[in-house]
Design a protein around this ligand. Structure first.
Ligand code: 5RP
Length: 232
């Protein structure tokens, strides 16, 4: 099971396998839950389904090659049948925080090209309000990033530059930095997202609101909670 040796994640990934049909064009995000699902696709005993996918990170693309998923480009014409991705926090109405794995920009582009968006995550990531247990990642251009940080601090409670273990700033697949921002405990998150997005120097943020259609949330006992947009 390798990196995914977590029963909750395993349960969610296994449940997601049932949503995949032969011939689909997928969007695949980034993170341990999605990577575990991709490993499971590669292990299907009856043979791998014929799948194509847009990949949201270089690492996901590499795993896709290994398990035989044909890459597709988002060329303005390609529509994805189903995007599948993990999350760092999940609200009851399927609002998400994403970006813990530094791939939020490509992930939002992939999700935006899909007819449906399925979230695969651990039930422990459920929260009543986004930002209560995880900082909001905001992707910013490298040029003058401290000025962007200063502007963001008028909107959020802290904006820390994300660093690698050696202390150097994280650089995303698209060549940007990340600021991990504290979400204020009150206030409208849609308006916060709009204000962050309108800040000079910001490329994208990790609030994924009104995008997910369904979430499969695995529990440690192997059960899976299914959440649908709009309840039900
Ligand atoms: C990457 C992401 C990931 O989907 C998120 O961090 C969850 O990852 P994991 O499944 O490893 O917990 O948003 O940018």
């Amino acid at each position: 099971m390798g990196e995914a040796a977590d029963p909750a994640r395993e349960a969610a990934a296994a449940a997601a396998l049932d949503r995949i049909e032969d011939g689909m064009t997928l969007g695949l995000g980034s993170g341990r839950a999605v990577w575990r699902l991709m490993e499971l696709i590669g292990e299907i005993p009856s043979g791998r389904p014929r799948l194509r996918a847009a990949f949201a990170s270089d690492r996901t693309a590499e795993l896709g090659r290994r398990v035989g998923i044909e890459p597709v480009e988002l060329d303005g014409r390609t529509r994805l049948d189903l995007a599948i991705d993990g999350a760092d926090e999940v609200e009851p109405d399927l609002g998400l925080i994403k970006g813990g794995g530094a791939a939020l920009l490509r992930e939002k582009l992939v999700v935006s090209a899909a007819d449906r968006f399925l979230v695969v995550a651990e039930a422990r990531k459920r929260v009543d309000r986004l930002g209560s247990g995880f900082k909001l990642p905001v992707e910013v251009v490298r040029f003058a990033w401290p000025d962007t940080q200063r502007r963001l601090l008028e909107l959020v409670a802290g904006a820390d530059l994300r660093s690698e273990d050696d202390g150097s700033p994280v650089v995303t697949d698209e060549g940007h930095h990340l600021l991990d921002c504290g979400v204020p405990p009150e206030g409208d998150l849609r308006r916060l997202g709009e204000a962050i997005k309108a800040t000079v120097g910001v490329v994208e943020h990790g609030l994924f609101l009104d995008l997910a259609d369904e979430a499969l949330l695995g529990r440690d006992d192997g059960q899976v909670d299914v959440l649908l947009r709009g309840g039900g």
